[in-house]
Design a protein around this ligand. Sequence first.
Ligand SMILES: [Zn+2]
Length: 205
Amino acid sequence: MAFPAPLQRLIQALEKFPGVGARSAERMALHVLRSPAEDAAELALALRDARMETLRCAVCGNITLRTPCAICEDEDRNRTLVCVVEGPREVESMESAGVFTGLYHVLMDGFAPREGAEPEPDALDALRKRVEQDGVLEVVLATAPDREGEGAGLLVAEALEGLDVNLTRLARGVPVGTRLEYLHGEILADAFRGRSAMPAPSSSR
Ligand SMILES: [Zn+2]
């Protein structure tokens, strides 16, 4: 082993990140060694805090410091409207755009959306429960307009079958292949205004 053990240990830890190969891990580790010691200490602290201090909201599944999260607890928001998104990044985009005043429901593994890209069964059950118990009148599907997003939408429609709730999806003004997180507020606002009824699961097969 050419590198001293502590450096080797850092490289091995970095290699576990998605999309980071041996060469990039090595480059990142050497960068840490070149940086001021306080930067490395700050990085270590940030890693620890992000991991230890965040959790997922028991209601909506978003990443938060406490559960229920601030959005779920906000009495000023429209509690009859729930927007189903793939992950926390989409919540972040919508909140920054400020175009949506309802509540959210995070469908996929909040920490690795798109890896496996399957809605979590728990998330589907939790959504059904919310609609049954919390007076939700409309569920807006805001999953990506691609194959995975469409598939997730169908699973949501199935999970909500038989419930008295309006299932809509965002208008298709969203460019095909564009992830919600990359959209500007105006496009998002348009998409919300033009949302349309979801076809029933039986008629869409
Ligand atoms: Zn929440």
